[in-house]
Design a protein around this ligand. Sequence first.
Ligand code: UAG
Ligand code: ATP
Ligand code: API
Ligand code: MG
Length: 482
Amino acid sequence: MVHKIIAASEPLEVIGSAPATIDSLAFDSRKVGNHTAFFALRGTHTDGHNYIENAIQRGANLIFCEKLPESMHNELCYVRVADCSVALALAAKVFYSDPSAKIKLVGVTGTNGKTTIATLLHDLFEKLGYRCGLLSTVVYKIDKREIPASHTTPDALQINVLLSEMVECGCEYCFMEVSSHSVVQNRIKGIEFEGGIFTNLTHDHLDYHGTFLAYRDAKKAFFDNLPPKAFALTNLDDKNGEVMLQNCRARRRSYSLRTIAHYHCLIRESHLDGTLISLNNSELWVQFIGRFNAYNLAAIYGAAMELGADREQVMITLSTLQPVAGRFECVRGRDGKLAIIDYAHTPDALQNVLETIGELKGGARVYTVVGCGGDRDATKRPLMARIAVNMSNMTILTTDNPRTESPDDILRQMREGLDCTEVRRSLVINDRREAIRTAITLASPGDIILIAGKGHETYQEIDGIRHHFDDKEEAERELGVR
Ligand SMILES: CC(=O)N[C@H]1[C@@H](OP(=O)(O)OP(=O)(O)OC[C@H]2O[C@@H](n3ccc(=O)[nH]c3=O)[C@H](O)[C@@H]2O)O[C@H](CO)[C@@H](O)[C@@H]1O[C@H](C)C(=O)N[C@@H](C)C(=O)N[C@H](CCC(=O)O)C(=O)O
Ligand SMILES: Nc1ncnc2c1ncn2[C@@H]1O[C@H](COP(=O)(O)OP(=O)(O)OP(=O)(O)O)[C@@H](O)[C@H]1O
Ligand SMILES: N[C@H](CCC[C@H](N)C(=O)O)C(=O)O
Ligand SMILES: [Mg+2]
């Protein structure tokens, strides 16, 4: 086993003799125990190479590194590799007996819609009678067991652990989100996908990727690496939809609301409680709202067909699916005020949600409560404020997860997107609870209050501490339905 792991890691040099056994793999010295293989990863804050000695003190007996330490222990084995994150992913694949080869795994990537599509595909296939797994921003699921999600896409080690548990539980399918970070950090290296879905590409994470092109290429690399037997399903209505499949060897498939595609969706009627759509010429009523959800449903339908599901059954089941937590989730007050909780935390998502509300609101006034996260792409702040103010009757700018940044600085940057007339249609209330309360109080019966940015999250992270906070709970309390 140890030899296989070393061979899989693409070694450039092996120093010392391999240990007889290893009991675990780790890339964080603080999690190292006896007989652990330690991988020295270069991170954004520090370098795992600085912790090699620490890992050895804790019991590491096999060290993977890109640069050999100056002083080495004779009794230990050191493996020099070109990229430790690749070595980790390939080693984990062997250590956990290649779980992705034993499950039909579908990855969803794009700026918006990943959680919605992955979750609804999971719910659809579960209702069709299969055992399924899910790796999403909201939750990881191993059949019925739920595990709180730490990342949209877990690290390479955890992906393999979770997939192997799914295989053990008899799961046939797993649906997972593939974030751009996970591609760049090689978290999905070596993972075998049965299919990939592209949603759309708009502004996000430029703080991390630097340029829009680098962000796009991160998403594209996922499709470049799909095997020929997989399917690659793309959105033809997105500017980058075709680019994604340019160098793709997988079965190319497409969906669209506007043009000829393998999977075509049309919106027949839109309401505030659902939409009548047609999918490849068959009509069905779905409990989802908004044009963006029609895209999500076209992708879900296409993926289900590519996976060989029965069309009739899929159509029936799609109409029974319920919205995902925090994605256009409606809370109705007894007095007729309607609060909508939505995870829109990018300019594009916010615009989509407000456009949808605009199309369906009739004579209602729209109040928007929105903030932007700290330690994340700052360039989206003025854009989001501007969109909110221009598409709502009144906007309350507030905090999201300030993390380690000053809430006042974030709010100031949001307000920089507003000219003097726009400023007049906005209020700034730092305290998110107070902001929600004010919006709901200002609204009249029949009006709509959009609470954007945090969706399903049940915390607010301030100064590195997570305090319990749930937009839905707050809305329910203020609307008197809790
Ligand atoms: C920017 C980013 O992705 N950072 C991830 C990265 O952390 P990092 O680069 O800061 O690591 P570091 O602190 O510099 O440490 C470098 C190495 O030294 C090791 N170390 C460090 C200290 C020590 O005492 N001993 C030790 O061994 C660390 O374990 C690490 O291997 O590696 C960590 C371990 O895997 C991740 O938890 C961490 O995610 C952070 C928490 C994060 O916020 N990530 C976000 C941006 C993210 O990944 N988001 C995407 C997309 C979200 C979306 O859907 O839009 C996601 O997939 O969730
Ligand atoms: N297909 C879509 N196109 C554009 N916007 C969408 C789409 N689907 C959902 N949205 C909007 O984007 C928000 C986030 O949706 P979702 O959580 O499904 O995306 P995500 O890609 O998983 O996001 P994250 O990167 O944060 O994990 C939703 O609350 C909704 O406002
Ligand atoms: N997965 C996204 C979620 C952002 C959600 C928003 N509430 C925030 O905290 O910025 C991120 O980590 O950038
Ligand atoms: Mg997500």
